[in-house]
Design a protein around this ligand. Structure first.
Ligand code: ADP
Length: 209
């Protein structure tokens, strides 16, 4: 199973991404986690991206795309599946991610979109701030992340809808309920996904688009 997750901050990408990855036994590739790990380890890359994360801005595309290319190559060796969480975040990343996974014969089966209201997203992120102390969970940075999501991330959903792989799920209920909904929908697709070679599914996706 190969899943891309597209959701505003606070919708539950991390939680649900980990659940899907555990259920289908595939790697969970979360760009935000990878970037924060670099910052925590004070790597060269971490120093380059720290300011972007703290301000809630997108880090330059080349940086995340290089990271993702390596992670997807590792996922291919590990058994062909993945959950990509946090990328793509704009149209350029959507196209570049498609090129990367297509070249590896690993195009996504599903683009999972989590939907929640702004007020609930802010409430969850503010609550998380006191537990996890993430540098970008302050009210002003949260607002900036939400604005960026609406302006540059949300528009890419139409592209996945055209390719026929968009799955939208209501992320307002408690996490456990949302998780059951997602796994139920993905399980229903499993026979289709498992039986179709990547070359054919990407050809039919191209024909549809
Ligand atoms: P959230 O969705 O709650 O903002 P993430 O952990 O997915 O949390 O991302 C945190 C931050 O990491 C983003 O605000 C951004 O600075 C950076 N980031 C993560 N993924 C990307 C990406 N694909 N492109 C650019 N920046 C990214």
């Amino acid at each position: 199973m190969r899943v891309l997750m597209i959701a505003p901050p606070g919708a539950g990408k991390g939680t649900q991404g980990a659940l899907i990855a555990a259920h289908f036994k595939v790697p969970h590739i979360a760009t935000g986690d990878l970037l924060r790990a670099h910052v925590a380890r004070h790597t060269h890359l971490g120093q380059a991206v720290k300011q972007y994360l703290e301000r809630g801005e997108l880090v330059p595309d080349e940086i995340v795309l290089d990271m993702v290319r390596l992670a997807v190559i590792a996922a291919k060796d590990a058994g062909q599946g993945y959950v990509l969480d946090g990328i793509p975040r704009n149209m350029a990343q959507a196209r570049a991610t498609y090129t990367i996974v297509h070249e590896l014969g690993m195009t996504a089966n599903v683009a999972l979109h989590l939907i929640a209201e702004d007020q609930e997203l802010v409430r969850r992120l503010v609550a998380r701030a006191s537990l996890e102390g993430r540098a970008d969970d302050t009210e002003s940075v949260i607002r900036r992340r939400l604005t960026l999501y609406k302006e540059v991330t949300h528009p890419i959903l139409a592209w996945y809808a055209e390719r026929g792989i968009l799955l939208s799920v209501d992320a307002m209920p408690p996490a456990e309920q949302v998780g059951q909904e997602i796994l139920g929908a993905l399980e229903a697709m499993r026979p289709l996904v498992d039986g179709v070679p990547d070359r054919l599914s990407s050809l039919s996706a191209q024909r549809r688009s």
